[in-house]
Design a protein around this ligand. Sequence first.
Ligand SMILES: Nc1ncnc2c1ncn2[C@@H]1O[C@H](COP(=O)(O)OP(=O)(O)O)[C@@H](O)[C@H]1O
Ligand SMILES: [Mg+2]
Length: 423
Amino acid sequence: MTDNPEAQDANAGISVIAPIPRVAIHVFCESPSLAGMVENAAADRRMQKAHVVIRMGGVRAALAAYREEQTPEVIVLEAGGDSGLFLDDLDGLAEFCDDGARVLVLGRINDIKLYRALMARGISEYLVEPFNVLDFVRAISELFAKPGGNPLGRMIAVYGAKGGVGASTVAHHLSWSIANSLDMAVILVDLDLPFGTAGLNFNHDPLQGIAEAVFSPDRLDTNMLDRLMTKCADRLSLLAAPATLGRNYDFNEEAFDGVMELLRGAAPVVVLDIPHMWTAWVRRLLLNVDELVLVAEPDLANLRNVKNVLDLLGPARSNDAKTKLVMSRVGVPKRPEIGLKEFTTSINLTSSCVVPFDPKLFGEAANFGRMVGEINGGVKFAELFLNLGRSLTGRPELQTSKKGSLIAGLKATKLPFKLSRKS
Ligand SMILES: Nc1ncnc2c1ncn2[C@@H]1O[C@H](COP(=O)(O)OP(=O)(O)O)[C@@H](O)[C@H]1O
Ligand SMILES: [Mg+2]
């Protein structure tokens, strides 16, 4: 994730690209540079289910190949210099193509006549240079988009480098800020099935939630998902953890695939509160989300763990927005801490948010089932989470108000009796 920081920053806030299904993609290149680009794309997390084969020789090589072989679901052709010759070869290729094959053409000539000629031949898409790895992945992904399908929600995972570092606190406050101040519908998913605290932190005790979804994959559809969610605030829904120990929560790697697919279509923002554990399903979720938020305290074990997570997920997420780092519970009295600069430079990440240690404030919020922005003295903390929410959703920065405060976007909500705000 640290390989390509410029590309990653440029990709912050980009539209979500759906993963490519389990299909075969044959790419026939003319130039080594394009072959290199496709190789990078094949390593992208969204292409992991697809089987990509790269060959040189362009459309002629495709012609030769499909005289003998069956065509795959997707054929990608790099168009060489002469458009007339290319179109002739394409006509020849059409004789050998199965009906279901989708053909994507990559070219250098931006010409409407050529585009029309390609479309008339049933080509699915013509991508003209300059394009980057992500443009290519998107073009392939769109070949499989359902007509009229819902736009995909942005999926954000929040994961602690150690247990108890405040990852759930960040996930809950982040969700609340995006829903409350950025006016986007958010679904918060508490994936800590035995011990999750989202219900407590929002002062709700739902009877149903994520467990029903994941234990009944055959019955799960959008209606059932709607029923399993609890409304926590105006635009915030919670898929709560049971937080009971009556059954074991041993899941296989793909156990959450079905519910995640439904969630993506259910709201523009989905926040996953992922417990600090390392299983196949946790790894799969971390790999596949659109945005990854790592939460760490400033000590050596956290640093090592953040580095290991980045190293492991890096190659498949190199075209994604840069991982966000939240330094949490910073400034515990008497505790020796690693300096912020030292921590971040050794992993080549900048911190997106630093949350000071404030046990009174966070303790009070947790006891009352409130967010810190709703209680006395918590507004400046709420701003931190809101700014993190802005960077994750690609929403513009807040305008500084006359008083120099950033509270303009925070809507006050009704407070519990004991904690009403002094005006
Ligand atoms: N910035 C903070 N200052 C003080 N206490 C905090 C802060 N952030 C979180 N906490 C507290 O730390 C404890 C662990 O937080 P939690 O979010 O459950 O961690 P995790 O999900 O990483 O296990 C909770 O009691 C929470 O209220
Ligand atoms: Mg947690």
